[in-house]
Design a protein around this ligand. Structure first.
Ligand SMILES: Cc1ncc(C[n+]2csc(CCOP(=O)(O)OP(=O)(O)O)c2C)c(N)n1
Ligand SMILES: [Mg+2]
Length: 802
């Protein structure tokens, strides 16, 4: 590293810290009175990483490297991107405001080349690990030839390491032979509330070593290292090493005079160290004592260069000071601390910034602006321009195979459709990659895996097969395999899906990931699922079995709330088909939908048929069941296929005088069908609505309503067209094996009286008949509800029972 390079980097470090601090101060100053909310959590936390991020972005990183930046360091990230020409002054000035730069780096909401969103701590960290595994997958399949292998880097708050999902990921990474991953822990020994426990670093060291990581501890900066070589330096080092975190933080906050007093009190009688201390002014002493390696460019640059020599995963434990360079430094309350206007004025003066020139890139710097611009232009990280990649769509055939057995469950159908795909020699089959947290076989992925094999960078034979022991499943690993086997952790499943589902953007190669799990355990990984959707990762989630329909498993394995999750989760289109021909149509749609990336149609201007924002695409969730159902004998027409995708169709169309409609979703179909059959003789024109996606049906309705409120009087959604001819007195009974609220809104579409049946309490064990009766979703309950809604001649079936 030449002196000139170092001088440039050090100017940039100052600039980055200034811009980030100003961004926060400015935003706070502008909007403080608007909502009474002060912008806490950023100033001190950002400053902690200013040096490390300068060393990374302006020196160590290459375009192919991808970074997850600790949420509260977002102002530093945006400042760096501003200097590199990827962020605008306007967006910085609008930090945290409407359409301004985001509080936490966001792939979807920020414009400045965010690789991984962060915000919910711990998830971005694991995301880098899984992205490394996906990179290996892509490379092992012989793809991404024009895009060099990169390193996946996470900048981690030390308190962030409390999140359990990080450790689940570590274990998975070890199993899969993780490479090309750097985790840099911002060891400022402060969390949001407090100062962290003593000696945490040694737990980290032991832990990462145990998982095969190289551990690089970056503790002392070059000034301290030099001081240690002076006479008395050893005594100073000993003092620092035994100084409690709280005291170090407090002295940092208090400054030079306090350092001097404390050091002299503690070790002043130990000969030469007194002279070492006395040789320095208060200011120089403060600079020395806070010269931790995380704020020392030469130490950081040397460490990063050394780690580039190999592809082993590396954790850097970088000692830093929260609020470094700011008057908040070290104070335990600084997380939500903000500099006062007076402090900001002092900081401005110290940085040589003239009022009105706060955003000028080269204001107040000690080096020639042209030279610095030339330096910025040559930054390796920026060498390839835009780093967000794209990949062409993989063609999806007009139809997927529809298995033809007379009786099947949707879970079985799912396995059969995939098995047919596995046998085919299509681009679609080539790009599908499956993954499952130890429920591969029990969710019916077995046939697919048998044909397509498991993925590992190094081939591994199936010993049972070699030994000729009969087994249904072929468990052979190879670099060409298409199934990523995961341990049981559901958080890992979702973060893996998040990484696989961003492959087109990260590595320029499209993957079509399918993840399977048991439906109730969506809740275990829910925040990671939300995270994956927020990043706009694309995947197909198949959750099976579901509901109380897996009756004997009991309440621990039954899911009630997941249909509501499916409706409420943004970025995820949820389906719950009853029949396998519906499933086949939905899976075809899913493979296409996952690849769409158009702009959202403007609701005001679009004459969209469904009022769904289908141009943008997204991920898909299938809530499937293990209950075998007699399959309808029908041919799939284009109209029916379209209705299935829009969310519902009439299995039995109601006549003009209809008194009652039953709307059902999923595995409960036979009960709904039977109930309608029983009522047909005693109620007029009974209708039976098959709801394949409460989510899309509802979304279309709310979007069309909004459009009408904006003046588009002719906007009609699918459900409104379906209900258009229902007479006002018609009652609606809704039923599903899930929370009744999922379909309860149907009554509001046309103002029909509605009774919603479903499951509200943790499941009992028992037979299906026992449980359907217990929770009131059996045939009789449907009939009873209908009879109450549409009183009249007693329904014969009920009479018979009575
Ligand atoms: C899952 C989750 N829980 C809680 C929070 C709120 N939160 C934001 S940062 C933080 C801890 C900050 O400590 P650290 O990670 O050490 O970063 P530092 O502030 O020291 O830079 C917390 C609890 C969050 N963002 N995500
Ligand atoms: Mg911290």
């Amino acid at each position: 590293m030449t002196d000139e390079r170092l001088a440039h980097l050090s100017e940039l470090e100052r600039k980055v810290l200034w811009l980030a601090t100003w961004t926060i101060h400015n935003a706070n100053h502008l909007r403080n009175n608007e909502d009474g909310l002060k912008i806490g959590g950023h100033q001190a936390s950002s400053a902690s990483l200013a040096t490390i991020m300068t060393a990374l972005y302006f020196s160590a990183l290459r375009p192919q490297d991808r970074v997850a930046v600790k949420p509260h360091a977002s102002p530093i990230f945006h400042a760096i991107q501003y200097l590199l020409g990827h962020q605008s002054k306007e967006k910085l000035a609008d930090f945290r405001a409407y359409r301004g730069a985001q509080s936490y780096p966001s792939r979807t909401k920020d414009v400045d080349d965010v690789d991984f969103s962060t915000g919910s701590v711990g998830l971005g960290v694991a995301q880098t690990l899984f992205a490394s595994l996906v990179q290996d997958y892509v490379k092992a399949h012989g793809w991404a030839k024009d895009w060099p292998e990169g390193r996946m880097v996470a900048l981690i708050g030390d308190a962030e390491m409390d999140e359990g999902n990080i450790f689940e990921a570590l274990l998975e990474g070890w199993k899969q032979g993780l490479r090309n991953c750097w985790w840099i822990i911002d060891y400022n020994r402060q969390s949001l509330d407090a100062v962290i426990r003593e000696g945490l670093f040694s737990r980290f060291e032991a832990l990462f070593s145990a998982f095969g990581w190289e551990v690089v501890t970056l503790k002392y900066g070059s000034l301290l290292e030099e001081a240690f070589r002076e006479q008395g330096g050893e005594a100073l080092r000993r003092w620092i090493d035994t100084c409690p975190n709280q005291l170090y933080s407090a002295l940092t906050f208090q400054g030079g005079a306090a350092w001097r007093k404390r050091l002299l009190d503690d070790i002043g009688d130990q000969g030469p160290v007194t002279a070492l201390i006395e040789r320095r002014s208060d200011e120089a002493l403060a600079r020395l004592m806070t010269n931790l390696a995380g704020h020392d460019l030469p130490s950081l640059i040397t460490a990063f260069e050394a780690a580039k020599a190999h592809d082993k995963p590396v954790v850097f434990i970088a000692y830093t000071i929260k609020g470094f360079g700011l008057p908040l430094a070290g104070h335990k309350d600084n997380h939500s601390g903000l500099m006062t206007p007076a402090q900001m004025e002092d900081f401005r003066k110290a940085m040589n910034i003239r009022p009105g020139h706060e955003w000028d890139k080269f204001e107040g710097l000690g080096v020639d602006a042209r030279k610095l611009q030339a330096f910025l232009d040559a930054v390796p990280f920026n060498a390839r321009g835009a780093r967000r990649l794209t990949a062409p769509r993989v063609p999806v055939p007009a139809e997927l195979p529809a298995p033809k057995q007379a009786e099947m469950s949707t879970q079985q159908g799912f396995g059969l459709v995939l098995n047919e795909l596995a046998r085919s020699d299509t681009a679609l089959a080539e790009r599908i990659v499956t993954t499952s947290p130890d429920v591969t076989v029990s969710t019916n992925l077995g046939p697919w895996v048998n044909r397509r094999g498991l993925f590992a960078r190094e081939a591994m034979a199936d010993t049972f097969r070699q030994e000729r022991i009969p087994s249904t499943f072929n468990w052979e690993f190879s670099p060409k395999g298409q199934h990523m086997e995961l341990g049981i952790a559901e958080m890992n499943l979702f973060i893996m899906l998040s990484a696989l589902g961003l492959s087109h953007s990260l590595f320029g190669e499209r993957l079509l990931p399918i993840g399977t799990l048991y439906d109730p355990f969506i809740a275990r990984g829910l925040d990671a699922l939300n995270y994956a959707c927020y990043q706009d990762a694309r995947f197909l989630l198949t959750a099976t079995p579901s509901g109380i329909t897996l009756a004997p498993e009991g309440g621990a394995h039954q899911s009630i709330a997941t249909p509501l999750i499916g409706m409420a989760q943004d970025g995820l289109a949820a389906f719950e088909p009853a029949f396998v021909d519906e499933l086949s149509v939905i899976m075809r749609f899913a493979f296409d939908y996952m690849q769409r990336s158009g702009e959202a149609a403007d609701e005001d201007g679009s004459a969209a048929r469904s009022w769904l924002r289908d141009e943008t695409g997204g991920s898909v969730y299938l809530r499937l069941s293990t209950r075998p159902l007699a399959q309808p004998q029908r041919t799939m027409s284009a109209d029916l296929a379209r209705d299935i995708i829009d969310g519902a169709y009439w299995l039995r169309e109601p006549g003009p005088n209809s008194e009652i409609v039953v709307a059902y979703a999923g595995a409960i179909a036979p009960e709904a069908i039977a109930a309608v059959g029983l009522m047909a003789e005693d109620r007029r024109d009974v209708g039976l609505l098959a709801v394949t996606s409460a989510d899309r049906l509802n979304a279309g309705w709310t979007a069309a309503s909004r459009a009408r409120e904006r003046g588009l009087v002719h906007a009609r959604s699918h459900v409104e067209r379906l209900f258009a001819k229902l007479p006002p007195h018609c009652g609606i009974v809704t039923v599903l094996d899930g929370h009744p609220a999922t379909l309860a809104w149907l009554g509001a579409v046309g103002g029909h009286r509605t009774r919603s049946l479903g499951v509200e309490h943790f499941g009992q064990t028992g037979s299906l008949a026992d449980l359907y009766r217990h929770y009131g979703i059996d045939t009789q309950s449907i009939v009873a509800a209908a009879e109450t809604l549409a009183p009249g001649r007693p329904i014969r079936h009920l009479r018979a029972l009575g």
